[in-house]
Design a protein around this ligand. Structure first.
Ligand code: 5GP
Length: 202
């Protein structure tokens, strides 16, 4: 019997640095895989299809929704984003831990289908710092930044739906805390009981 992997959902406002935390985590630890989402937004400079995202047209995305191909999907600032279901489920069944870096609406869908997932909300040290980070990124127009800030304020209203809050003061600290969360969650008895029963109780 293979112990099922842990599904970790990481959300937080645009610009908070959740992508950086996840990437840094994956470069430091090899106990998780990052799910590659699909999106209809245009690739940013340096983004690679199939690595950063699967970049799909609206039609392709809609077809995949209709075929039940997403674990969750949502519209974020005028574009679709979604988690391809099969890849995630296969990894979990193989006992691998999977991180989904997704926005709040998608996280709520995961929560309703997969309540055993662990939900982490990344927060900035302050709202002012969030705005600075979003502007400093230099990848979006003023109009898009304004939309993303507005959306960030809306997303904070859902923090009570998450199990953990993770402050991104420095990436190093945040990665360390994320590691502690994952290690602790791996030891939760309810997650291990079936496996332990098979192995030790019978
Ligand atoms: P970005 O355009 O900055 O790459 O992503 C915008 C937002 O969409 C971020 O909050 C990111 O976490 C979220 N996102 C990325 N992939 C997915 C996904 O598969 N599903 C959902 N619901 N949100 C996603």
């Amino acid at each position: 019997m293979t112990k099922k992997g842990l599904l970790l959902v990481v959300s937080g406002p645009s610009g908070v640095g959740k992508g950086t935390i996840c990437k840094e985590y994956l470069s430091k630890y090899d106990d998780c895989a990052l799910s590659v989402s699909a999106t209809t937004r245009a690739p940013r400079e340096g983004e690679v299809d199939g690595v950063s995202y699967f970049f799909l047209s609206h039609d392709e995305f809609r077809k995949k929704i209709d075929a039940g191909g997403f674990l969750e999907h949502a519209v974020f600032c005028d574009n679709y984003y979604g988690t391809p279901k099969d890849a995630v489920m296969e990894k979990l069944d193989e006992g691998k831990n999977v991180i989904l870096e997704i926005e709040v609406q998608g996280a709520l869908q995961v929560r309703s289908h997969y309540p055993e997932a662990v939900f982490v909300f990344v927060i900035p040290p302050s709202m002012e710092e969030l705005e600075n980070r979003l502007r400093g990124r230099g990848t979006e127009t003023d109009d898009v930044i304004a939309k993303r800030l507005q959306r960030a304020k809306a997303e904070f209203k859902y923090i009570d739906k998450y199990n953990y809050t993770l402050t991104n003061d420095t990436v190093e600290n945040a990665v360390c805390v994320l590691h502690s969360i994952i290690e602790a969650e791996k030891c939760v008895m309810a997650r291990n009981y079936e496996y332990l029963k098979e192995e030790f109780i019978k």
